[in-house]
Design a protein around this ligand. Sequence first.
Ligand SMILES: Cc1cc2nc3c(=O)[nH]c(=O)nc-3n(C[C@H](O)[C@H](O)[C@H](O)COP(=O)(O)OP(=O)(O)OC[C@H]3O[C@@H](n4cnc5c(N)ncnc54)[C@H](O)[C@@H]3O)c2cc1C
Length: 388
Amino acid sequence: MQTPGDQAVRDIVLAGAGHAHVSALREFGLAPPPGARLTLITPEILTPYSGMLPGLIAGRCEFHDAHIDAARLARFAKARLVQDEAIGIDTARRLVICRNLPPVPYDLLSLNIGSAPDTGDVPGAAEYAISVKPIDGFLAAFEGLRRRAAARSGPWRLALAGAGAGGVELILAIEHRLRREAAQAGRDAMALAFTLVSDTDDILPAFPAAFRARFRKILAAHGIDAATGAGAARVEPGGLILSNGTRIAADEILMATPARPAAWLADTGLPLDGRGFLRVDQNLQAEGRPDIFAAGDVIAFAPRALPHSGVYAVRAGPTLAGNLRRALAGRPLKPFRPQRQALYLLSDSAGRAVGTRNGLVFEGAWALRWKERIDRAFMRRFAGLPDG
Ligand SMILES: Cc1cc2nc3c(=O)[nH]c(=O)nc-3n(C[C@H](O)[C@H](O)[C@H](O)COP(=O)(O)OP(=O)(O)OC[C@H]3O[C@@H](n4cnc5c(N)ncnc54)[C@H](O)[C@@H]3O)c2cc1C
């Protein structure tokens, strides 16, 4: 028999310390949801914030500036931390299956596990290319790449496949860092060559024409070739073969191709779209599954297609936290209303940023300062939290 002091505690399990969950944990720490026991499942303790990545790669900021301490955040939210990777969901028994540790039971589950570049159908990519996601893996691989670039005396070439916002910012950041380091070491910085590969006819296909034109000029000014109109079809040691048969010789090959979700989602019986992303309704609730929520890159937002970008993951955080709270209390949920036109500010890694919103395009050093203010303000929300 249940006594009044013995209220049933229900388990809210957050899988992944993505951009939405870090905000949700912060909110739960500030105002704990009554009757809830929180658990965070994350394979990594220091979780990267995408907005700061180009700065980290370019060497403009430090590792800790670009990462949130998920363990500290979990302590603040009084959440149990399960350091592991979710590899499945038993929806009938309400269990998250982990790679190493025992299954984690849930009453409400939320997924914010991100995505990875879709390299599945590019033979050789897994063996001979570096994927830019997961980001912690990429950061470690980048250190190796820097060492190899520094050890080369003659010409050295890097090709990066994927000319979305992440790919463009990343190749500019890498070019900036490696040329600077080469020059500092007294080597010929121009012996390093960079090629950005895009399967679409232009780079940044989702962005306005003036924005694309601006970045074409910036790439050219930085000595970065853009090979457009044919995507990566095969990767082999020392080169990338494009779908039109062209071979791009490269000592290092990076993949920043469009996002794909975790393959194990297909075995969960949850509703997925044609590409395997989890279909959620306007309340960020998995369609037909009132006990499962999700946000960020992993979702296919049923009301309208959303770009897979950190901006939308961050924006979803408060709605997600509120709806987990409401679902627990049996109250009506609130819809997520993402902006129609998000603000994008992309750094050129040379002291300026180009921005776009509502079709307007602007740029300058001031735009980079604006971007850095936004990013640092986001990170500050997690830096000053009391420890548990
Ligand atoms: C180089 C680069 C630069 C980018 N720059 C920008 C930018 O400037 N602005 C922007 O808006 N977007 C940018 N993006 C895109 C952005 O990174 C993603 O859209 C964003 O990170 C998605 O956020 P998320 O919260 O869904 O997932 P993520 O930020 O990827 O977080 C997912 C988390 O879940 C964890 N996880 C993964 N799998 C599991 C699992 N099975 N179980 C438990 N935990 C798991 C991961 O370790 C990670 O901590 C960039 C991407 C790249 C690659």
